[in-house]
Design a protein around this ligand. Structure first.
Ligand code: GLY
Length: 354
């Protein structure tokens, strides 16, 4: 078991190890207290793990209720957000009680945003059940729902009381969901740690605890430096500007990890052609993505991608801050004018650096 402390505006611990689900009640009684715990989860995770979590919570004296959403990105919407708030009110949940996100990124973002808003903020903890949530979305306090115009357009920075990552829960992931997580893992190595990046030549699922812990440390360091994403935290968006555009254009049929993988590949090829990274760095990133059967291209045209990118909240006036690889294990931020974006994306779609 490993414990990583996150010293953001609110300090909390991320615990990573096998069998932690059954210890969740005892851990949360110490970090959060309260009388009632509301598990927010999706239909797939509910069947697999909500009963065990409920038992653990009840064993520590919590009155437990559960709110289940359909799995998938489409659930991260305003209707579910309001329904959860109403559910919390109907169950007479107070500010001293606890909301738990048991699931992947969709559940974590939606439940976290509801926890941030209900009574102006109540106790909240994340129990990630996907690789993507374990290494990325459960760490750092970003919560959100999607709007028709794009992903994560309404949300809040709201740090949890605790993150409890039971890696044995990842054994039931479908290949697609596991692969989605691998995209975020590869992203983390690519932005900040060459040794970690190169370690992915050994399959990630044979070294899960070590890889998750290192990814979480990297993300922790970035988030502690820039909790509210005014600078360095933007590095975590490597592949995400184009990736979010691909998700939006596909009406979220292309999953987040696949879209981010294609987004990283596009920006990597563009960086190589723009002289920001050398050909070796581009080859390293593209071949690592391919080795995990992740997509390195998209069917969408540069003009459509650019239009969709510009609905992204990260646009800043007539500029976007984009993340480019500089060398293997290091990314940099560079501003791109809105009217140059389509050309940058076209370079990434057309180039043959891979
Ligand atoms: N997923 C990127 C971030 O938390 O900043």
């Amino acid at each position: 078991m490993r414990t990583i402390t996150v010293n953001t505006s609110k300090a909390y611990e991320i615990t990573i190890g096998e069998g932690l689900l059954d210890q969740a009640g005892a851990i949360l009684k110490k970090t959060s207290g309260g009388q009632a715990a509301v598990i927010i989860t999706d239909d797939i995770v509910a069947e697999l793990y909500a009963g065990r979590l409920a038992n653990s919570l009840a064993g520590s004296g919590y009155r437990v209720t559960q709110y289940v959403i359909p799995h998938g990105e489409a659930s991260k919407n305003g209707n579910n957000f309001l329904s959860i708030l109403n559910f919390l009110a109907e169950k007479k949940i107070t500010r001293k009680d606890l909301v738990l996100a048991l699931g992947g990124g969709v559940v974590g973002d939606l439940a976290g945003f509801a926890a941030a808003c209900y009574m102006r903020g109540i106790h909240f903890a994340q129990l990630p059940t996907t690789l993507l949530a374990a290494v990325d979305s459960s760490v750092g306090g970003k919560t959100a729902i999607d709007l028709a115009a794009g992903k994560n357009l309404a949300g809040a920075f709201y740090q949890p009381d605790a993150v409890i990552c039971d890696i044995s829960l990842l054994s039931t992931l479908t290949p697609q969901v596991y692969q989605d997580g691998c995209a975020e893992v590869i992203k983390t190595g690519a932005i900040a740690d060459k040794v970690l990046f190169e370690s992915f030549e050994t399959p990630i699922n044979t070294q899960l605890e070590k890889v998750i812990a290192r990814c979480v440390e990297i993300k922790r360091d970035i988030v502690v430096e820039d909790e509210f994403e005014t600078g360095a935290r933007k590095l975590l968006n490597f592949g995400h500007t184009a990736g979010h555009a691909i998700e939006l254009l596909s009406n979220y049929e292309i999953t987040h990890g696949s879209a981010v993988s294609a987004g990283m590949a596009i920006i990597t090829r563009a960086a190589s052609r723009m002289g920001i990274c050398d050909a070796q760095c581009a080859r390293d990133i593209l071949s690592m993505l391919k080795s995990y059967n992740l997509p390195v291209n998209t069917r969408y045209e540069a003009a459509d991608l650019a239009r969709a990118c510009l609905s992204d909240k990260k646009r800043d006036g007539d500029r976007l801050t984009m993340v480019f690889p500089a060398k293997t294990g290091k990314c940099v931020l560079q501003e791109v004018r809105v009217d140059e974006l389509e050309n940058v994306l076209r370079l990434g779609l057309e180039a043959e650096a891979d």
